[in-house]
Design a protein. Structure first.
Length: 362
């Protein structure tokens, strides 16, 4: 009985004194019936009802909560996450996953190490650099298996190879790693990196190149900055760092803390299983996956659907692990990247490359 109907019933009873006692007894009986139930089946509260409806895979009860921090705002490279969430793959593994965006893209690894978030997306070289600074993190899956960060020059610049940047100006985005990549590429191609004039342009890579402020940029991604430049009428020529002395590194990796792995290895393994299903969905249904992604841009700048569609086309082959399961990592890759970082003066040691990763759910 709703409060409104209950109040109307009382007013009606009071206006008819002869029946007050009968009505009062009836009301009392109704209240008893409403408050009683089968003692073996107590009424569930809201949270209990949610728990009873939660999947039991791997948990035997309520879904296990996990948080993951993105490396940037949601874009095509994150499609596997939103597919895993929307298609119920996390739920099937007994997980309740909270996908978060970073306030600062440099904070993710520190937040994972401090236990503020469970998992984070980062980059293979950054994991090794963090471990060199005694930040106890490990990669648990390789998501994008090859560099997206290419050296870019204007198509009409006359520059046809990295060595031709010698004596010219190159912009980069405040990251020593990108400076090391550029130096390696120019030197490997027979140029003199010491003569390249570096300009720290921060995140203004696109305007820096499109306006001719610099002759080339390092730090732009082929699935983002290159596509934006081309859409704005500034076609570029890009050079893959792997072709010029930089080891073939994992551009995007999934990271956990060492302590987190000790406590929640089973949950993290189930997370990896779920994102594998998510990536399979994306590969089989790219248009549907893109729609799932676009539904999660309420709190960010609107995504350009055409650019994200093209981005996904670029990403899918670079995320394919071939005969290995999605996310698989090779020790050789970690050793080569660690050796190159040390030779480039960015590591004191080798970043503990052999201990910097673990393959889960294999």
């Amino acid at each position: 009985m709703t409060p409104f109907r209950y109040n109307r019933y009382l007013k009606s009873s009071l206006s008819r004194p002869f029946h007050c006692l009968i009505y009062a007894l009836m009301l009392f009986a109704l209240m008893l019936l409403g408050g009683c139930g089968n003692p073996d089946q107590p009424e569930a509260s809201g949270s209990q009802a949610e728990a009873s409806a939660a999947p039991e895979a791997g948990t035997g009860g309520a879904a296990h909560k996990l948080s993951i921090m993105l490396d940037w705002y949601p874009n095509a490279v994150h499609s596997f996450l939103y597919a895993a969430q929307a298609e119920g793959y996390f739920a099937e593994e007994g997980l309740d996953v909270d996908i978060q965006m970073p306030a600062d893209t440099n904070d993710a690894l520190k937040l994972v190490a401090a236990g503020k978030v469970d998992l984070a997306l980062s980059y293979q070289p950054q994991v090794l650099l963090a471990r060199d600074e005694q930040i106890p993190v490990q990669s648990i899956a390789a998501l994008v298996r090859h560099p997206l960060n290419h050296l870019m020059v204007a198509e009409d610049s006359g520059i046809t190879r990295p060595a031709e940047l010698s004596g010219k100006q190159a912009g980069y985005s405040s990251v020593p790693l990108y400076e090391a990549m550029l130096n390696t590429m120019v030197k490997s191609d027979g140029g003199d990196p010491a003569t390249v004039k570096l300009a720290d342009v921060g995140f203004d890579l696109v305007p820096a190149l499109s306006t001719g402020r610099v002759d080339g940029i390092m730090g732009g991604f082929i699935n983002h900055e290159q596509l934006i430049l081309e859409k704005e009428g500034h076609p570029v020529r890009s050079f893959n760092p792997v072709d010029y002395g930089v080891p073939d590194y994992y551009e995007l990796v999934l990271v956990a803390s060492e302590q987190g792995l000790e406590k929640s290895r089973d949950e993290y393994s189930r997370f990896v299983k779920a994102i594998r299903k998510g990536q399979q969905f994306v590969a089989a249904n790219p248009d549907a996956a893109l729609k799932l992604l676009l539904a999660h841009q309420e709190d960010t700048a609107p995504l350009d659907e055409a650019i994200e569609q093209r981005s996904l086309e670029i990403l899918l082959p670079l995320m394919d692990a071939g005969t290995q399961p999605f996310g698989h990592q090779e020790e050789e890759s970690w050793e080569k990247v660690g050796k190159w970082l040390k030779e480039s003066g960015l590591l004191a040691g080798d970043g503990g490359s052999k201990d910097a990763f673990v393959n889960l759910a294999e």
